[in-house]
Write a protein that binds this ligand. Structure first.
Ligand SMILES: Cc1ncc(COP(=O)(O)O)c(C=O)c1O
Length: 388
């Protein structure tokens, strides 16, 4: 049995603040769908007895970057570079295709973008910077594996290591950018800094649109991994856009799946208020090692999330192995939703609290593939507690 903590939202309903306006999403969607190599990722059916269906959105093949993050950071880099070129009187409305074709290259190279990352977001930002012609510096904390650093450096970005945890690397990126006149492209938002993260989240919505659109009937339950909450909030907004208001009996229930050592969204829902988690946030689910919710994400999730679950690292190898046995390459952070579903399904109280049953149509966002192949291979060999 997987030990877990389940917190139900005490204030469910429709958020009062529109964090991701539809016009912005239409622009993001059109741009990203025009990128070379764009294709919807697969929605796979999982062999999971009990519910009517369990589907897994497999982001492992997204733009060759291995995660859904390819949709967000790179798009926000494009928006920033285009806006800066306009401000500097170089070009009005420079498009991705024009920049990728080398137009305004000299001016774009004067722009430096930066961010903190635990792997996937930095890879997306570096990829975007390389494509659209900007300079790029990425900040990592000591727990980011060499494999993930190498994958970022391959896109020509400079990597800088920071002492401390993910949240310290966010601060380092912000402070250096201020001192150097660089531009932070963060996937998390905070008071006074919301525009790039909003673009990042608009990009993520495309993943949700593809998944919901590919289901024969709308889902009843949706499981999403939680880091700062950006992807969960983007999924929530898209669910509302496609399946109607949240909070009603018939609307899909969004369940956030977090590591117990970095459960800032679970803690926030429990407290009924924005809550941060300290410590080194050491979890094998590296993409989810975040101690502070994104401000924008929280403004959405405090109403639209149905519940959040905090999950132990010990369950990760087994879940990755179970998916591998079904032909799915799922990274450590991708399996959080699968672990959450299994844990809740096997616990009568949690199953009832979430309203899971034989009629349920489950959608799980599997947000990454083997983004660190060496670590992936080790996890597949690891012993894991017995599963039931
Ligand atoms: C694979 C993967 N899944 C999920 C997440 C969580 O996304 P967010 O921080 O927007 O909650 C991340 C974040 O880096 C990630 O890399």
């Amino acid at each position: 049995m997987t030990a877990f903590r389940l917190v139900l939202n005490r204030n469910p309903g429709t958020p009062g603040i529109v964090i991701l306006p539809e016009g912005g999403y239409r622009r993001a969607r059109a741009e990203i769908m025009s990128w070379p190599g764009y294709a919807p990722t697969a929605l796979r059916r999982l062999d999971f007895p009990g519910p009517a269906s369990v589907r897994y959105k497999d982001e492992g093949t997204r733009f060759g970057l291995g995660s859904f993050k390819a949709l967000g950071g790179a798009y926000a880099v494009l928006k920033l570079v285009a806006a800066e070129l306009a401000k500097r009187g170089v070009a009005n409305n420079a498009t991705g295709a024009a920049l990728e074709g080398g137009e305004h290259r000299e001016a774009a190279q004067q722009i430096t973008v930066t961010c903190a990352t635990d792997g996937n977001h930095g890879r997306s930002v570096a990829w975007g910077a390389q494509r659209f012609g900007a300079r790029c510096v990425i900040f990592v904390h000591h727990n980011v594996s060499q494999g993930r650093r190498d994958a970022i450096a391959r896109y020509g970005a400079e990597i800088r290591e920071v002492t401390g945890n993910y949240d310290d690397s966010v601060r380092a990126a912000q402070e250096t950018a201020q001192a150097e006149g660089w531009f932070v492209i963060s996937d998390t938002s905070y008071p006074g800094y919301t525009e790039p993260p909003r673009d990042v989240m608009q990009g993520y919505r495309l993943m949700a649109e593809e998944a919901i659109g590919a289901m024969p009937e709308p889902p009843t339950h949706v499981f999403v991994p939680g880091g700062v909450g950006g992807v969960a909030a983007a999924v929530a907004v898209q669910l509302r856009a496609m399946c109607g208001a949240q909070g009603g009996q018939a609307s899909p229930r969004l369940i956030i799946a977090e590591p117990e050592r970095a459960a800032c969204l679970t803690d926030s829902l429990e407290a009924g208020a924005f809550t941060t988690v300290g410590g080194d946030l050491d979890t094998v689910m590296a993409g989810l090692a975040c101690g502070e919710p994104s401000l924008l994400a929280w403004q959405e999730l405090e109403r639209s999330a149905f519940a959040s679950m905090a999950l132990p690292d010990a369950a990760v190898p087994g879940a990755m192995q179970a998916l591998a046995a079904q032909g799915i390459e799922a990274g450590e952070s991708a399996v959080a939703g699968v672990i959450a579903l299994e844990a809740a399904w096997n616990d009568p109280q949690a199953r009832q609290a979430l309203g899971l049953g034989t009629e349920s149509r489950i959608l799980i966002f599997g947000t990454e593939g083997a983004t660190d192949p060496e670590l992936y291979a080790r996890m597949l060999r690891a012993n894991s507690p017995s599963r039931n």
